[in-house]
Design a binder for this molecule. Sequence first.
Ligand SMILES: Nc1nc2c(ncn2[C@@H]2O[C@H](COP(=O)(O)OP(=O)(O)OP(=O)(O)O)[C@@H](O)[C@H]2O)c(=O)[nH]1
Length: 222
Amino acid sequence: MSMTIRRLMRTRLGNESLDLSLDGSEKALMVGSAAEKLRELFDVLQIDHRNDHNTRDTPQRVAKMLVEETLRGRYDSPPDITEFENVRGFDQLIITGPIDLRSTCAHHLMPIYGRAYVGILPDADGKILGLSKYDRIVDYFAARLQIQEELVKQIGQHIVDLTSPRGLAVRISAVHMCKTHRGVRASHNSRMVSSSYHGALATDQSLREEFLQECIALERGC
Ligand SMILES: Nc1nc2c(ncn2[C@@H]2O[C@H](COP(=O)(O)OP(=O)(O)OP(=O)(O)O)[C@@H](O)[C@H]2O)c(=O)[nH]1
C-alpha cells in the first residue's frame, strides 16, 4: 500500500488534525472516495441521484464541502502566524472580538454558529501576535467536528503554545442547530456559552471580570 493511501487511512478523533496536512492530490482522492460513499448513502435513503436533476451532483458536492470547507481544519496545517517584538513591553489585557464562528456539531453533523472572543495578557518580554491571526486560529479549529467545550480549549491551548502569554481567555457564545433545528427544537435564540482560561486569567478574578465586561460590551455592539 502506498504511503499516500496509508496516510489517508489513519484514523483520528473528529476534532483532531492529521499528523501531516494533505496536499491537493490527496484531498482529491479523499473527495472521490467520500463522494462514492455518499452515493451509497443516497441509495440507502432511496434518493435517486442518478436521475434526479437536483441531487445528481450532490454526493460530489457534499464530499468537496466536507474536505475543503467544513472539515478543512483537520486536513490543513495551522494558519501561519506573524509575531512582532513587544518593544514597549505592553503587558495589559487585549480583547478581540466578536470573531464569527462557523463549526459543525460532532453528534448530528449540524452547524454551530456564533461568536468567539479572545483575551490576551501579553508577556512584557514576549511577542505580540498579529491581530487577524486570532480570527484565523478560531476558524481553523472550528472547521472540524466539534463540541463547544473542547473547541474553546483547543483554541486557547494553541495560542498559549504559540505565544506563551501571561494569561489567556477564550469565550464562545453559539447556537447549536442540532438543538434548534431538530430534536428538542429549542428557540433559535438558545445559545451555549463556554470559556477557557489560562495563566493569570485563570487565577485573577479582576482580570476575568474585565474580560467578561468587555465581551458583553462587544456583544452589545453587534
Ligand atoms: N455539552 C455539549 N453537548 C452538546 C454539544 N453539541 C450537542 N450537544 C448535545 O449532545 C447530545 C447528543 O447526544 P444524544 O442524546 O445521544 O442525541 P439525541 O438522542 O439525538 O438527543 P436530542 O438532541 O436530545 O434529540 C444532545 O443532548 C445535544 O444537545 C456541545 O457542544 N456540548
